[in-house]
Design a protein around this ligand. Structure first.
Ligand SMILES: Nc1ncnc2c1ncn2[C@@H]1O[C@H](COP(=O)(O)OP(=O)(O)OP(=O)(O)O)[C@@H](O)[C@H]1O
Length: 579
């Protein structure tokens, strides 16, 4: 994104803080005036001292105290408001970024690591806030202080003033060259930080695998590699900032020394008052100092623009909805679901994953989908849930085409129990209540009972208020599944999508989960992906899915009699279970 565009979009956030910015402009102007007053004060006190005008001292003292109080108050407000501007802009941007993260399509999430996206809402957000507060105000204040000091200097001694101004062109040059380098460097730096945070998230999320497979050293080496890249970039950033600051310091001080030597010469000659020279020295600080700071501040502002770019590119990502849906309420009625000639391919794959799939599910039916791994069973569920747009063909529910309803309406038909039960950090109650935000305590308890979860919940010290840890880490696999089922029961949607995952459980746990699932399926239309074929022999219909096509369809008895694909799958599995 061009710098102008980035600034324009940033301005949208800054506009909301206009009152604070007006306050900051006032504190800035008061600050500049007080700085100039200091030079005037120095000059007058020095002249009064050299001419022995002692009677002026009470006036100087009262004036000095008044200005000090004003200075203190002004500096407090200035600092507080700058921080408030940064905090408010960060807050607004964080909300927008979070909203966008909730709106982006599943396909976008497939292509972007969550750790990397996370870094935009944390590190980039921080950098943008800093840029719009302290850095931006310094970038506005310093040129004003430079101009004001220069005018004052001209009034005192115009030849000296012109000597001081020699630093100007050099600063502008430094700012443009180093600013560009800094922006590039900071863009690369933030990207590397994003990758690092993605890597860390992977490692922390897979602690047990890391430890079991002894991956610690390998991961540390990998981390060290990425860390070195980060160090190289940070060091280059330091070099750029250091070079900008050193060149401007040398030139600034050179200008300062020349001007002082010339001024002192004129004082010695008698053509300049000592008071004027003191005022001059003070003013030069205000002129040369800001000139020296400008390149560094410009570079730091460029860094914030780099971060803003990364945030805006996320805000521009394709979304699946324009506005966030209301809390997911389930639909009550359902008659039938129809998929006709549905073909689908993931954008990252060149070939179709589903080929002309036809599926009809009527109210109350239990349909099992079986087949070899990678055949497209889960993909079929993802399409039903509207996670990806169908490439070819049509999906309709109760006679309404998918294209004629919102994603919220579509998803309102389903309760989904995925293979990996995702639970949120929080209490058991909160997690079950995610199924229906309006559920009463009695309804939550009834759902927990129905899911065979109530007894184990009550055995825990804090019962429903038990904190389950990150992704339910403090629960067993079977317990997590039953909480997940309780959540689905509470949702009370007419169609159940079940990605069966009981294989990993022991017999007792599996019995409890199967029992809970049977209750959940009662009175609902169920599509179940079955990995253990013995669990779905009673299904109304079994579909055998191979390489994205439904190759067989019928009841268990029919398919066994047919003696082809399903028969082979079933008998092979049975033999394995026996062995
Ligand atoms: N997000 C994705 N992006 C690209 N390709 C994907 C994605 N998800 C799955 N695939 C590919 O689609 C194919 C079907 O995957 P899918 O998960 O639907 O299979 P499945 O039948 O459910 O397998 P399993 O029984 O092992 O769970 C696989 O080849 C997989 O590599």
């Amino acid at each position: 994104m061009s710098q102008g565009k980035t600034l324009k979009r940033l301005f949208f956030y800054m506009k909301r803080q206009r009152l604070l910015y007006v306050g900051l402009i006032i504190t800035m102007l008061i600050g500049v005036t007080l700085d100039l007053w200091m030079a005037w004060f120095l000059s007058n006190v020095a002249n009064a001292a050299s001419t022995g005008e002692v009677e002026k001292w009470p006036f100087f003292i009262i004036m000095g105290i008044t200005v000090l109080i004003l200075l203190g108050l002004n500096s407090y407000l200035d600092h507080y408001w700058k921080t408030k501007v940064s905090v408010n802009i960060r807050k607004d941007m964080r909300v927008d970024t979070m909203e966008q993260l909730l709106k982006v399509s599943v396909a976008y999430r497939d292509d972007n690591h969550s750790g990397e996206l996370l870094s935009r809402i944390t590190m980039d957000n921080q950098a943008v806030g800093d840029g719009c507060g302290h850095t931006l105000m310094s970038l506005i204040k310093n040129p004003i202080l430079i101009i004001a000091s220069f005018i004052y200097l001209m009034l005192i001694h115009w030849q000296l003033a012109l000597i001081c101004l020699a630093i100007g062109p050099m600063t502008v040059l430094l700012g443009s060259v180093f600013g560009k380098w800094m922006r590039n460097n900071s863009g690369q730096l933030q990207e590397t930080l994003g990758r690092l945070s993605a890597f860390l998230q992977d490692v922390l999320g897979g602690t047990s695998v890391v430890k079991t497979f002894g991956l610690e050293r390998k991961l540390l080496n990998k981390f060290s590699g990425q860390n070195s890249t980060l160090v190289t970039l940070e060091t280059s950033g330091g070099k750029i900032q250091g070079a900008a600051s050193s060149i401007s310091t040398v030139f600034g001080n050179l200008t300062f020394l020349i001007a002082i030597l010339v001024a002192a010469f004129w004082v010695a000659e008698g053509s300049l008052e000592i008071g004027a020279m003191l005022a001059f020295i003070q003013l030069m600080n205000y002129l040369v100092g800001p000139f020296m700071q400008l390149p560094g501040e410009w570079a730091s502002f460029q860094k914030s623009l780099g971060s803003a770019d990364r945030i805006f590119s996320l805000l521009d990502a394709p979304t699946e909805v324009d506005t966030l849906p209301q809390e997911g309420k389930a639909n009550k009625a359902f008659r039938s679901l129809n998929m006709s000639d549905v073909t689908f391919e993931y954008s990252s794959q060149g070939n179709p994953i589903l080929n002309s799939v036809n599926l009809q599910a009527d109210a109350g039916e239990v349909i099992a989908i079986v087949g070899p791994s990678g055949g497209g069973k889960s993909t079929l569920f993802r399409l039903l849930l509207g996670f990806y747009p169908i490439t070819l063909g049509e999906l309709s529910i109760d006679g309404r085409k998918l294209t004629d309803m919102s994603l919220q309406q579509l998803r309102g038909y389903f309760a989904y129990v995925p293979q990996e039960n995702h639970l949120f950090t929080g209490t058991i109650r909160d997690n079950i209540a995610d199924g229906n935000v309006d559920a009463s305590e009695d309804e939550i308890i009834a759902a927990a009972r129905s899911a065979n979860a109530y007894d184990f919940i009550m055995q825990m010290e804090d019962g429903m208020d038990t904190e389950i840890g990150e992704q339910g880490i403090r629960l067993s696999g079977g317990q997590k599944q039953r909480i997940s089922i309780a959540r689905a029961i509470l949702r009370d949607a007419p169609v159940l999508l079940l990605d069966e995952a009981t294989a990993a459980l022991d017999n007792e746990s599996e019995r409890l989960v199967q029992d809970a699932l049977s209750r959940l399926m009662t009175g609902r239309t169920t599509l179940v992906i079955a990995h253990r074929l013995s669990t779905i022999t009673h299904a109304d219909r079994i579909l055998v899915m191979v390489n994205g096509s439904i190759e067989e369809s019928g009841s268990h008895a029919e398919l066994m009699q047919q003696g082809t694909k399903y028969y082979q799958l079933y008998t092979t599995q049975l033999q394995k279970e026996f062995i």
